[in-house]
Design a protein around this ligand. Structure first.
Ligand code: IMP
Length: 215
């Protein structure tokens, strides 16, 4: 089974991703099994940051690495908080601080359209890179509601469900979420890679693959 390091320390994201990738032919190894590594998220886009995390973690561990970058994009705020979603109210901001700042910025705004975006990147030690994206549209509610999920979920309202994301169960959230969409697509990519790798092993082809520390 393909070993993949999962490049995040965010326990809430790990919980959701493990659930979404259930049944995928990969053994997910947490970053905590390796010497600590700090990756600075200084790229200007979700895919830039996710790609940087995946590359640096793969270089650090010698294994394929899976990373994601996600966030909330609000139309009336010109796309903010975007890549700064986790630190909108400051570097060590708690989820509740970020939500408070968002509601403050949205005071009096009639256009409350928003989207959650997730970009997932898999980097293989040989240099191959795979990307999958997901998006969920909704509106920012006037006040928080619900106890489930994490982050901005209590103020992200889905009209079709007549609920905020925090009022949905984990499974119900994963079925429609940006992270669910991106990682279901990534699971498909991993399945294809796993069958390709099992072929290349039985055929003993490809010198580069045999030198690959992931084999
Ligand atoms: P990342 O760890 O850099 O990807 O930051 C993601 C941040 O975006 C989180 O800390 C949340 O603030 C926000 N976010 C991403 N996905 C979700 C979600 O599913 N629900 C609520 N907030 C989310």
């Amino acid at each position: 089974m393909m070993k993949i390091v999962y490049a995040t320390g965010n326990a809430d994201k790990v919980r959701e991703i493990k659930e979404i990738l259930k049944g995928c032919p990969a053994e997910l190894v947490p970053m905590s099994e390796f010497p600590p590594l700090e990756v600075v998220e200084d790229r200007g886009t979700f895919s830039g940051n996710a790609g940087k995390k995946a590359y640096e973690v793969s270089a650090h561990t010698g294994l394929p690495a899976l990373a994601d970058d996600s966030g909330l994009v609000v139309e009336a705020l010109d796309g903010a908080p975007g890549i700064y979603s986790s630190r909108y109210a400051g570097d060590k901001a708690a989820y509740a601080d970020n939500v408070r700042k968002l509601l403050f910025k949205m005071r009096g705004k009639r256009n409350r359209k928003a989207a959650f975006v997730c970009v997932s990147v898999l980097y293989l030690p040989g240099g191959e890179i795979f990307t999958a994206r997901g998006k969920l549209e909704g509106v920012i509610s006037k006040e928080p509601s619900g106890e489930g999920g994490f982050g901005y979920d209590p103020v992200f309202y889905i009209a079709k469900k007549r609920k905020t994301l925090a009022e949905l169960g984990d499974e119900e959230k994963n079925a429609i979420s940006h992270r669910g969409e991106a990682f279901r697509k990534m699971a498909e990519i991993i399945r294809k890679l796993a069958s390709r790798d099992s072929l290349s092993v039985t055929e003993e082809s490809g010198a580069a693959r045999q030198e690959d520390p992931a084999q």
